[in-house]
Design a protein around this ligand. Structure first.
Ligand SMILES: Nc1ncnc2c1ncn2[C@@H]1O[C@H](COP(=O)(O)OP(=O)(O)OP(=O)(O)O)[C@@H](O)[C@H]1O
Ligand SMILES: [Mg+2]
Length: 334
């Protein structure tokens, strides 16, 4: 996406639902897009799939500019993106196999080729035996698998998920997330975009993530980079501990510390305590293993007789990011 902008009019008021969104996602990766209600997520889905024309800017897949395509070319270009919605929106009167084969039917693929392709897709999503069943006979998670198989029918370059697990229970959510990772591993030329408000989804499957707010991308990058910032909004949403009520100076001073990788496993608090000659307490903490790296965010209480700046300097010397808690902004991404 390059400088993607969408302006709507609500009466005379101009709403910039997308305001210069530029984002590039490499093949073989899973990119999460998160944002509050009204951030522009649905508008982004509509503009990406050209269901709605962006006011300006371009959408390019493997060098092909979708926004420049018209009529027949546009219909072909749209098939480069497989879309999976929150609810699978299946045809209730068609079998599972006929639902999955529907995109092939409308593009004129002959029945025998269609059957072979549908059988392969159903196996891929773990529904090899359910082709003859009807949607009403399937659980929510199974229906979502059908939706994914259908989205893959035209061999798209991009698989776009719009809140894929919001209607599912936690266990089924994890099964669907496992399937998404499995599909990415199976097809390394695929780009997976996941629009979600669930941090769990980002933590579990995304390689990189963007924060959309007011139609703009405020933060974006590999998970391991965006998390490794003590004052980042995505870091707070993915790893952060809730803001702490301010405490009485007589009890000491609050300090936040974030460390990643090997350092997250080191006793940095004990080491800093020793260095400043005072006992630092841990009063809140969050440790997460994300994208193969351990991140630790701790909130410390430096006792009143010690100098918090000396503790911060020592923690930084040990390779961690440390700040006075009172200096951190309270706004998180979601
Ligand atoms: N067709 C439209 N006409 C006018 N304004 C619109 C239209 N569609 C969206 N908007 C406005 O654009 C902004 C972004 O809306 P959008 O639906 O993309 O947000 P969202 O991130 O999907 O929110 P949610 O999480 O609630 O679904 C909002 O201010 C919304 O009111
Ligand atoms: Mg929406």
């Amino acid at each position: 996406m390059k400088d993607l902008t969408k302006v709507y009019f609500q009466g005379k008021r101009e709403v910039r639902a997308l305001d210069g969104v530029s984002l590039s996602v490499p093949s073989g990766s899973i990119h999460g897009i998160i944002g509050h209600s009204g951030a522009g997520k649905s508008t982004l889905v509509r503009c990406l799939t050209l269901l709605d024309r962006p006011t300006s800017g371009t959408v390019e897949i493997n060098g092909v500019d979708l926004t420049a395509a018209r009529s027949d070319a546009l219909r072909t270009a749209r098939r480069r993106i497989g879309l999976v919605f929150q609810q699978a929106n299946l045809f209730d009167s068609r079998t599972i196999a006929d639902n999955v084969g529907y995109p092939l039917e409308i593009t004129g693929v002959p029945p025998t080729d269609r059957e072979a392709k549908v059988a392969e897709l159903l196996r891929l999503v773990g529904l090899g035996d359910s082709g003859k069943a009807y949607p009403a006979q399937l659980s929510g998670g199974m229906r979502q698998r059908v939706g994914i198989a259908r989205a893959l029918a035209t061999d798209p370059d991009v698989l776009l998920f719009d809140e894929p697990t919001s209607a599912l229970d936690p266990r089924t959510t994890d099964e669907i997330l496992d399937l998404i990772v499995q599909l990415r591993n199976h097809r390394s030329d695929l780009v997976v975009l996941v629009i979600t408000h669930e941090m769990h989804v980002v933590k579990k499957i995304c390689d990189s993530v963007s924060l959309l707010d007011g139609g703009r991308v405020l933060e974006s990058g590999p998970l391991t980079e965006v998390v490794n910032r003590l004052d980042g909004r995505l870091s707070k949403a993915l790893l952060g501990i809730p803001p702490h009520e301010s405490i009485d100076d007589s009890r000491g001073t609050l300090v936040d510390v974030l460390s990643a990788g090997e350092r997250a496993n080191q006793p940095v608090v004990a080491m800093a305590s020793r260095a400043i000659g005072a006992e630092i307490a841990i009063i809140a903490g969050s440790v997460e293993h994300l994208a193969g790296t351990t991140f630790s965010h701790l909130r410390l209480l430096v006792p009143p007789e010690a100098d918090p700046q000396a503790a911060i300097a020592e923690l930084r010397r040990l390779g961690a990011d440390a700040r006075l808690t009172s200096e951190l902004t309270e706004e998180a991404a979601a």
